[in-house]
Design a protein around this ligand. Structure first.
Ligand code: ADP
Ligand code: MG
Length: 517
């Protein structure tokens, strides 16, 4: 049994492994790189798809933009998204992610010289149930047994803990390619306690690229170029050059973008100052989210002992400058922002290995060094989404979202409430919701389950509904009849947004049959 830790990122992924000496290290991929672009290019070879993953795929982005899939993580758990390749096959987000995971698995096998069978895969803390399940399913399709789905900020803190002995209150500020996460944690020796977390799944480096793209478009318009008529290739080239310019501005004060449009050479200059100005509202949004997370736990900037800068986008100087100004501290990049999450996943993989060896699972070999490095580690995580049920307000007769487990509750978590039937009935319907809002319009409906009361009850009959989150943030519910104290029903949510067991089997076969480069 070999368990690796995988950071399956929106723009970059990375794999790490806990070696026998009890230390996590990053594994280089087939191309000798420590991170792999999460990009898939669907090459058509005589009517068969041969997906190309990673840097080579990214490099071809501008040549064949129609065959390219990027930022797939943004669509995880979205049942309406699919990609149609030029061979006429279609792929779900889970399948595209599985193609990336397979490439990572093969790379890890090459680096380790042994078969990789299991994985811990990380997800943003605010990923909801459907997105977590989709991630787990992607692993299964790729032929990996997913032993844990771990929150990215928790992983980052674990990696930090394995490289430093310092304790205290930690802010994990993770600004990646497509997502932002702010998490407040407390580390006391081997104890990692998540206090609160929040994020925006549509805020990342991609959005900063868009600012530069718009800037370039404005410049082109000023030169009399119709930007609506640009070819897909030209659009992809502008996107690529905008990202390069953004990266350049992390170290230089001004940079040039060169393009040839309609045989006319175009030169666009952008300075750090201009970029900072364009970026200010995005940066502000990350600060607002961070301050909400701090406020929720009555922590102020000055209470923070460490700020962990995670994700490639924290290399932008405006981010560092803003956080230094807010916290009044000089920020050190204490851990590698590209590798920390995957290293932490490898620590969790070590923990899982020790657990499995204690359970006498098959084929587990674990060294004394691994045992001693992880045995005291204790992680307390929190829920990132409120869970509740649909109810009717007896004063207004209106439906509302009744929260049973508030977000940021310690996991595993349970919560129940007592309700009464609105009329005389023999059945009730329990609708499970996910989200903080009271208005039912603004929350996710996770599923609906029909409960047989076993008899006809009068209006006002008391019923208890209880929901629980297990360690992986998987949800289940229970319904009790309060008069008889009887458990009427235990239910899991139906996960309409996820693939069924049959669909998973078919997908595994399809992906196994693919030649992935
Ligand atoms: P994710 O976890 O979402 O996959 P990463 O943490 O790997 O993302 O960060 C990728 C993002 O970081 C991209 O948007 C990339 O442009 C940005 N990035 C990487 N290096 C730099 C840099 N030197 N300056 C600014 N942005 C950078
Ligand atoms: Mg990341």
């Amino acid at each position: 049994m070999v368990i690796v830790g995988i950071d399956l990122g929106t723009t970059y992924s990375a794999v790490s492994y806990m070696y026998e000496d009890g230390k996590p290290r990053i594994l280089e991929n087939q191309d000798g790189e420590k991170t792999t672009p999460s990009v898939v290019m669907f090459q058509n070879f005589g009517g068969d798809d041969e997906p190309l993953v990673g840097t080579q795929a990214k490099q071809q982005a501008k040549l064949m933009p129609e065959d390219l899939v990027q930022y797939i993580k943004r669509f995880m758990g979205d049942p309406s998204w699919k990609f149609d390749s030029s061979t006429g096959k279609s792929y779900t987000p889970e399948e595209v992610s599985a193609i990336i995971l397979k490439r990572l698995k093969t790379g890890a096998e090459l680096a380790l010289g042994k078969e990789v069978t299991h994985a811990v895969i990380t997800v943003p803390a605010y990923f909801d149930d459907a997105r977590r399940t989709a991630t787990r399913n992607a692993g299964t399709i790729a032929g990996l047994e997913v032993v844990r789905v771990l929150n990215e900020p928790t992983a980052a803190a674990l990696a930090y803990g394995f490289s430093s002995d310092e304790n205290g209150i930690i802010l994990v500020y993770d600004l990646g390619g497509g997502t932002f996460d702010a998490t407040l944690m407390k580390k006391t020796d081997d104890n990692y306690e998540v206090i609160s977390t929040d994020g925006d799944r549509n805020l990342g480096g991609f959005d900063f690229d868009n600012l530069i793209i718009n800037y370039v478009y404005e410049h082109l318009s000023e030169q009399g170029i119709e930007t609506d008529d640009l070819s897909a290739e030209m659009e992809a080239e502008i996107r690529e050059k905008a990202e390069q310019a953004k990266r350049a501005l992390s170290s230089v004060d001004s940079t040039l973008i060169h393009l040839v449009v309609d045989k006319k050479p175009i030169r666009v200059e952008i300075t750090k100052e201009e970029f900072d100005q364009l970026a200010s509202s995005l940066v502000k949004r990350t600060i607002e989210i961070t301050e909400d997370v701090l406020d929720e736990s009555d922590v102020s900037w000055s209470d923070l002992d460490h700020i962990l800068m995670i994700g490639g986008s924290t290399r932008m100087r405006i981010i560092k400058e803003t956080l230094e100004e807010k916290s009044g501290k000089e920020l050190k990049y204490e851990i590698n922002p590209d590798e920390a999450v995957s290293l932490g996943a490898a620590v969790q993989a070590g923990i899982e290995l020790v657990r499995l060896s204690k359970e006498n699972a098959d084929g587990v070999e674990v060294s004394e060094e691994i045992i001693s490095s992880v045995e005291k580690v204790n992680i307390e995580d929190v829920t990132s989404q409120s869970l509740g049920t649909k109810a009717i307000d007896s004063n207004t007769d209106k439906e509302y979202n009744h929260i049973l487990i508030p977000r940021n509750s310690k996991i595993p978590a349970s919560g129940g409430s007592s309700f009464v039937t609105v009329g005389s009935t023999s059945r009730i319907s329990v609708v499970t919701t996910e989200g903080d809002e009271t208005d039912i319009k603004y929350v996710n409906i996770l599923g609906e389950t029909d409960v047989d009361l076993g008899r006809v009850v009068e209006k006002g009959h008391p019923i208890t509904i209880k929901l629980s989150y297990d360690i992986d943030q998987t949800i289940y519910g229970e319904v009790f009849d309060e008069e008889t104290d009887k458990l009427l029903k235990t239910f899991e949510i139906n996960r309409d947004n996820n693939m069924s067991a049959t669909q998973l089997k078919v997908a595994s076969k399809n992906i196994t049959d693919l030649k992935i480069n």
